[in-house]
Design a protein around this ligand. Structure first.
Ligand SMILES: C[C@H](O)[C@H](O)[C@@H](O)C(=O)CO
Ligand SMILES: [Mn+2]
Length: 408
């Protein structure tokens, strides 16, 4: 008997069909953040420092320096992550020789990305880049007290939505346009309300036009240099999104460490709220470490599977680590999340639902612990094989060999 046949039998004994799990995982789309390949530099303002209270550290060799190198890295990563996925772009990744500012970006500046996405059979998501720019140098964008600065960023966000709509039309699948701004104060402000009123007014302008795109907005607890106050807080965006029928993005690094994003997903799912995840890994703070198969990742995977949310919630990643192989980081993050999903897909749903309904909490705990010892890794290996993808034992050497050939 092969390892997979043994695993299949072990799961059959608790009423779980591994074939169903393999099929279900194959349908889950993950959105890979392009900015992991080049340390969030982009192409429009290569000399600008990374600002907005986010940071990349490390000097591992081979940072991608131009559109072709970013695409090469992403193509390799995609080839090592089984399934049909997406790539998430920021506005600063416009692939053009024109000298343009962010308020002037247009769909045509992203046509090479669309051509590449068609070749790769993937979708594209998008983000306005409201940081690393001279007009955000004092830490404020859409809530800026200066109307001219606000107008610049409003225009940028409107153009960004048009680019998302272009992606959606060309690639014939949803494009998620996620708005995140860094606006906030390092120290305690006197007035907690007025910046939020200005942000609300900016959002009203940005979302005025109906476009075929999935609009979401991303809150944050704090950023580096904006520790005391963030204009775009969770409560602010949740209220705005609910009132205006827009979506929210949960970045798993943007909450107090004791808060559970899995529980937030569950709560919002009751209201059919459009949701994007930036799966990340905070270490003490919003440090954007590479996603691993840890408890928080498992809990998110479980809530998505148990709540039948896999085809409702948009799943993307947000980490950027320059201290290790950038391509490996993408593959490790995505495969870890897939492994967590596989483990969740192999739970005996009906049995656990009825055990809980019948208040048999001893049996629930018994099951929860017993499931940890079952061979979900073997079923994931079979999933890789069915997708003709490098095994868990071989993929890393492929990336190493690729990096050794690079002349960067
Ligand atoms: C590149 C940023 O991380 C990203 O746009 C944003 O999603 C964020 O998480 C900022 O902390
Ligand atoms: Mn994020």
């Amino acid at each position: 008997m092969t390892n997979y046949e043994l695993a299949r039998k072990a799961y059959q004994e608790i009423g779980v069909d591994t074939e169903e799990a393999i099929n279900a995982l194959g349908k889950v789309r993950l959105s890979l953040q392009c900015w992991q390949t080049d340390d969030v530099k982009g192409f429009l303002f290569k000399d600008n420092a990374l600002t907005g209270g986010i940071q990349v550290t490390g000097n591992y060799i081979g940072r991608a320096r131009n559109p072709q190198e970013v695409k090469d890295d992403l193509s390799l990563a995609l080839s090592l992550i089984p399934g049909n996925h997406k790539v998430n772009l920021h506005a600063i990744y416009a692939d053009t020789n024109e000298v343009i500012d962010l308020d002037r970006i247009e769909p045509r500046h992203f046509k090479p990305w669309v051509d590449w996405a068609k070749k790769e059979h993937i979708g594209l998501d998008f983000n306005p880049t409201c940081f690393s720019h001279k007009k955000s140098s004092d830490g404020f964008t859409l809530s800026h007290p200066d109307q001219n600065i606000r107008d610049f960023w409003i225009k940028h966000c409107i153009q960004s939505r048009k680019i998302g709509a272009y992606f959606q039309k060309e690639l014939k699948q949803p494009s998620v346009v996620n708005l995140w701004i860094p606006d906030g104060f390092k120290d305690n402000p006197y007035d907690l309300i007025t910046p939020r009123v200005r942000l609300k007014e900016s959002l009203d302008e940005i979302y005025q036009e109906k476009l075929d795109v999935t609009d979401v907005m991303e809150s944050k607890l704090f950023g580096i240099g904006a520790e005391a106050y963030t204009v775009g807080s969770h409560e602010f965006y949740l209220s705005y999104a609910l009132l205006n029928k827009l979506g929210v993005c949960f970045d798993t690094g943007h909450f107090h460490l004791t808060e559970s994003v899995a529980d937030k997903i569950a709560s919002l799912s009751v209201f059919n709220q459009t949701l994007l995840l930036h799966v990340s890994r905070p270490v003490r703070w919003d440090s954007d470490h590479v996603v691993i198969f840890d408890d928080e990742t498992s809990k998110i995977a479980q809530v998505l599977v148990r709540g039948n949310l896999l085809d409702k919630v948009h799943i993307g990643f947000d980490f950027f680590d320059a201290s290790i192989s950038r391509v490996s980081a993408l593959v490790i993050g995505a495969r870890s999340f897939q492994l967590a999903l596989m483990k969740a897909l192999l739970e005996p749903k009906e049995a656990l639902t009825s055990i809980e309904f019948n208040k048999d909490y001893s049996k629930r705990l018994y099951y929860q612990e017993m499931l940890k010892g079952l061979p979900y890794g073997v079923v994931y290996d079979e999933f890789l094989k069915r997708h003709h993808c490098e095994s868990q034992h071989t993929w890393f050497d492929k990336v190493r060999a690729y990096e050794e050939r690079l002349d960067r």
